[in-house]
Ligand binder design. Structure first.
Ligand SMILES: [Cu+2]
Length: 132
């Protein structure tokens, strides 16, 4: 009887050990995959604007942020797609850069000063729906 109990205990211990190892392996793999994905983050958010000139200004502002790899603003959807290296910048820095150029984003209101200097055709409506 003792032998049976002992072997059961050994089996249980082995089982626990192998479980632990497997869990550890999985965690390591996941972490590696995440850090690869994190190197380039894709983000899209609403930005107000009217026309092709707005598009230039907005994209120039986003691309001016260090770490931004690409920026594409959609005039119909009032939305920007940005790809950036999140070890160099973050979403908020991009929102702020666009707002500084005079344009409202979902999170940051556009600079009044910069808005005043926008060409007439670019003076967009502040109540315009974005991210359509
Ligand atoms: Cu414009």
């Amino acid at each position: 009887m003792k032998k049976v109990i002992l072997s059961l205990a050994v089996i249980a211990a082995l089982g626990l050990t192998s479980c632990k190892n497997e869990t550890k392996k999985e965690t390591e793999t996941t972490t590696t995959e995440i850090s690869k994905d994190m190197a380039m983050t894709d983000l899209s958010f609403g930005v107000r604007g009217n026309c092709g000139m707005c598009k230039n200004t907005i994209e120039k502002a986003a691309n001016g942020v260090e770490g931004v790899a690409s920026a594409n603003w959609d005039v119909d959807k009032k939305k920007i797609d940005v790809s950036f290296d999140d070890s160099k910048t973050d979403a908020m820095a991009i929102h702020k850069a666009i707002a500084a150029s005079g344009y409202d984003t979902e999170k940051v209101a556009g600079s009044e000063e910069a808005y005043k200097d926008l060409p007439g055709c670019c003076k967009y409506d502040h109540s315009m729906q974005m991210n359509q």
